[in-house]
Design a protein around this ligand. Structure first.
Ligand SMILES: *Cc1c(COP(=O)(O)O)cnc(C)c1O
Length: 369
């Protein structure tokens, strides 16, 4: 056990390995695994997580959202192929410089990238064609297959190494019919694409919940993000996974408050009785939303829940420890053992994804190998 002396996000690589192996065990032999490491590896540490996945677990592909994120991984020595899910035209030349593989999702980005690849004298530069099958966020429509394949055949600088789509409600089994429709549409798109191009690009469609709920849609590769970090969007799958990140801090100071005294900005908390409070060096600038204030959220101290009192400040917050035996210097768990990120997120009606990615870069990352 580490002795915690400041706010830290502990990243557990054993848990990452467990999650990777569990997810892999849910796929057929030979199915490629793409690890989504966008948004600093869901708030953990994209470089360290990607290095581990590449060097220890032989992951097949990475994905990030933006070109800048991919360039950062390349600069840190990541050599595995990187798919950029949502490139912007302004950065396309950097995509090529850093050997990043763009998702081409409309004519505007397709044409701009084709132009850039030609300008740099590229031949068969790997690109991924994104099709919209119902999420209505990014992607060509199924009726675009014809003109895309015609164009691709005339452009020697590009090679469509994969075509892919994204499910809108893979975690919601009430939307099974809609999802099955998406899968069917994607099958039709890929069949006409293959027919027109006379080769088989890689096909991929599912995210973490899709891996668990729609094995018939695994195709050649699956894309997992949240599952690697230890959450499955369903208690049944959460049980099989291990959260890799624990957010911890420490008690800086303990105050004893008389009845009628207030705590924090705008006197948002007024004691109705004698209280003991602890001040924790973590605040909304570190990713603890102000919505957790005034008793909505709590932290774990010596195995007990201590409610956040008053308003969360930028750099700190105060919690009620009246009924908890504790001292200055004791460890505080914001999420981790005793309270998962999913449980804490649910207090403000959000999801693990948002709470994890909110942990700001100011919080020190420490790695448990
Ligand atoms: C973020 C993202 C994923 C990963 O989703 P998880 O639910 O975290 O597994 C997969 N595919 C696309 C297109 C994404 O944007």
């Amino acid at each position: 056990m580490l002795h915690i002396q400041e706010s830290v996000l502990e990243i557990n690589f054993k848990a990452l390995q467990h999650n990777f192996e569990f997810i892999k065990s849910q796929t057929k032999t030979g199915t490629k695994i793409l690890a989504v490491v966008k948004a600093f590896g869901y708030g953990s540490d994209a470089v360290e997580v990607a290095k581990f996945l590449q060097d220890e677990l032989n992951v097949d592909y990475f994905a990030v959202a933006y070109i800048r994120e991919g360039a950062y991984l390349r600069a840190a020595g990541i050599t595995t192929p990187i798919l950029v899910l949502h490139p912007q035209i302004v950065n396309l030349k950097h995509a090529i410089n850093y050997n990043l593989e763009p998702s081409l999702y409309n004519d505007r980005i397709f044409n701009a990238f084709a132009h850039e690849a030609a300008k740099q004298g590229k031949k068969d530069y790997p690109v991924h064609i994104k099709f919209n099958t119902g999420l209505n966020r990014l992607g060509f429509f199924h009726t675009d297959v014809d003109h895309i394949t015609k164009k691709l055949k005339t452009l020697s600088q590009l090679k469509a190494v994969s075509i892919f789509s994204h499910i809108a409600a893979s975690e919601d089994l009430n939307e099974k019919e809609f999802t099955k429709n998406q899968i069917q549409t994607f099958k039709e798109i890929s069949a006409s694409f293959e027919k027109a191009m006379q080769y088989k690009p890689m096909l991929h469609m599912v995210n973490t919940s899709g891996i668990f709920n729609y094995p018939e849609a695994h195709f050649d590769m699956v894309r997992t993000g949240i599952g690697l970090y230890g959450f499955g969007n369903d208690p049944k799958f959460d049980k099989k996974l291990q959260p890799i990140a624990s957010l911890k801090s420490v008690i800086s100071q303990i105050h004893r408050i008389e009845k009628g005294e207030s705590v924090g900005y705008n006197r948002a908390f007024v004691a109705d009785d004698y209280k003991t409070t602890a001040t924790i060096p973590i605040g909304h600038a570190d990713g603890i939303s102000r919505q957790f204030g005034n008793g909505v959220g709590a932290v774990v101290i010596n195995g007990k829940l201590a409610p956040i009192i008053g308003n969360v400040c930028m750099d700190m917050m105060m919690v009620d420890v009246t009924n908890i035996r504790c001292n200055e210097g004791d460890e505080v768990i914001i999420f981790g053992e005793g309270q998962s990120a999913e449980e804490l997120a649910s207090k403000i009606n959000t999801i693990s994804y948002e709470l994890l990615t909110a942990v700001s870069q100011r919080v020190k990352r420490v790695f448990l190998r």
